[in-house]
Design a protein around this ligand. Structure first.
Ligand SMILES: [Cu+2]
Length: 159
């Protein structure tokens, strides 16, 4: 499993290391708006008090924006985390200064890479329910979304 995470992290790093020069017309972002897609959270069997959420942020505006904070009534704190390999061990840390979503581009938070980190869960995330989350962007403001809970992709170690 660790190797799988490693491969995903490397793929993610490679994808994100690309210069941000893609023409806007190649992006999948909606015209003139920020859109949240493919949002879900991983179930927490076994009573873990942390959980991970995933989603894709599409920025269809002409300006860069940043996801600066996230909150949920289901967790005492919510952070945006990134993963990296250190000495063959997957580590996680909070994204400093907000997560950049360049104009006309999409940023994916997906297993093995960036994720929404729920800490201090008030109750386990159970498959089939939905977790309310508020995402706040520097420019676009607050988005209230629901993350359906799915099995699989349990949050790895490293904290
Ligand atoms: Cu994390």
């Amino acid at each position: 499993m660790k190797k799988l995470f490693a491969a995903l992290a490397l793929a993610f790093t490679a994808a994100c290391g690309a210069p941000q020069t893609a023409p806007a017309d190649q992006a999948e972002a909606p015209a003139g708006a920020i859109e949240i897609r493919e949002a879900w959270a991983a179930a927490t069997p076994g009573g873990a008090d942390v959980a991970a959420g995933y989603l894709t942020i599409a920025n269809g505006t002409a300006a860069d924006d940043r996801l600066v904070s996230a909150t949920s009534p289901r967790a005492t704190s919510v952070e945006i985390h990134e993963m990296s390999m250190e000495n063959d061990v997957m580590r996680m840390r909070a994204v400093e200064g907000g997560l950049l979503v360049p104009a006309g581009e999409s940023v994916a938070l997906a297993p093995g890479g960036l994720h929404v980190m729920f800490m201090g869960l008030s109750a386990p995330f159970v498959e089939g329910e939905e977790i309310p989350v508020t995402l706040t962007f520097e420019t676009a403001g607050a988005f209230e979304i629901m993350l359906p809970v799915r099995a699989g992709a349990a949050h790895g170690g490293g904290h």
